[in-house]
Write a protein that binds this ligand. Structure first.
Ligand code: PMP
Length: 299
């Protein structure tokens, strides 16, 4: 697997990294996580990711027993361990950038939903070589499927919690793969477009970039927030607006945002092209600005 994993204070090779079957992350999907990546070896927008991890944890009454600095130390320790030459020979070639997943679960305990059943949370930090999406997905764009599986209702399982409970995503992605798409565009219970299964969604019309509001029931993406700030810096009108499937037909451009996908153009939704069916000018400007910011700053 080529990963190095920090588990509750111990470093392990990916193929030796295990947690107990009595961990409530495994039994009940009770846990939260963050996916980060490095640029020039530095975890990008680390502070924003930890802030979101804390918010997610708070929404499920999960203690976060470490400071931001302590977590950063653990992430760096794991990155360093991943960088160390391995005894078994040379590492596969990569550009040195890392994929980082921080997972915090309720921990190990009796089969009970009582909060005092688990004395301490489990913290896992997974570091592996970043496998960036292919260049063509950035230059030519991707196809998404508007799936039938709806985003979880906020009053059932709030999508603002970035939780380990990913069955909603798995079902949406199964449908997307069946339809030959690489991402699933999802609606909420009211039929409004909210986000992709693992990324946020933007539509451009008449020069304005629009993305659904958090109140529609979606994950507050760090890249979404960053791209809204970039749009403001670039003087591109941008807003949080309710979007319906009908809006796709009149869109000039669309794109998705996410930590590893950055700004990825969407050129088709199922068999319908978006706009001219190729990445548009506003998407490209935001993409270029994002690349520029990630090459000069780690936020
Ligand atoms: N929405 C969902 C459901 C996601 O899983 C992700 C990926 N974490 C995103 C949006 C994008 O979030 P971010 O920009 O923080 O990676």
């Amino acid at each position: 697997m080529g990963a190095v994993v920090w588990i509750n204070g111990r470093l392990a090779r990916g193929d030796e990294a295990v947690v107990s079957v009595f961990d409530h992350g495994f039994l009940y999907g009770e846990g939260v996580y963050e996916t980060l990546r490095t640029y020039a070896g530095d975890p990008f927008l680390f502070a924003r990711h930890v802030r979101r991890l804390r918010r997610s944890a708070e929404m499920m009454t999960l203690p976060v027993p470490f400071s931001d600095t302590e977590l950063l130390g653990r992430v760096r320790e794991t990155i360093e361990a991943h960088d160390r030459p391995k005894a078994e020979g040379p590492r596969p070639k990569d550009d040195g950038e890392k994929y980082i997943r921080v997972v915090l679960t309720r921990g190990v305990g009796e089969l009970s939903y009582r909060l005092d059943a688990c004395p301490a949370p489990t913290l896992v930090v997974i570091v592996k070589a970043l496998e960036a999406p292919p260049d063509e997905s950035f230059s030519d764009g991707v196809t998404v499927a508007l799936v039938d599986v709806r985003r979880n209702h906020p009053q059932a399982l709030n999508p603002m919690i970035k939780s380990n409970n990913l069955l909603n995503v798995a079902l949406a992605m199964q449908e997307a793969y069946r339809r030959g798409a690489e991402e699933a565009l999802m609606r909420n219970h009211a039929g409004e477009i909210v986000e992709c299964s693992q990324a946020n969604f933007f539509l451009v019309r008449g020069g304005r970039a629009m993305t659904p509001p958090l109140s529609a029931g979606l994950l507050p993406g760090i890249t979404r927030e960053f791209v809204l700030e970039l749009a403001s810096d670039l003087g591109i009108p941008a807003s949080e607006s309710r979007l319906l499937p009908e809006d796709l037909a009149s869109a000039d451009e669309a794109f998705l945002t996410g930590t590893t996908r950055e700004v990825t153009p969407i050129v088709r939704v199922d068999d319908r092209p978006i706009g001219a069916g190729r990445p548009g000018p506003i998407t490209k400007r935001l993409q270029a600005a994002y690349r520029e910011r990630t090459s000069v700053s780690s936020g």
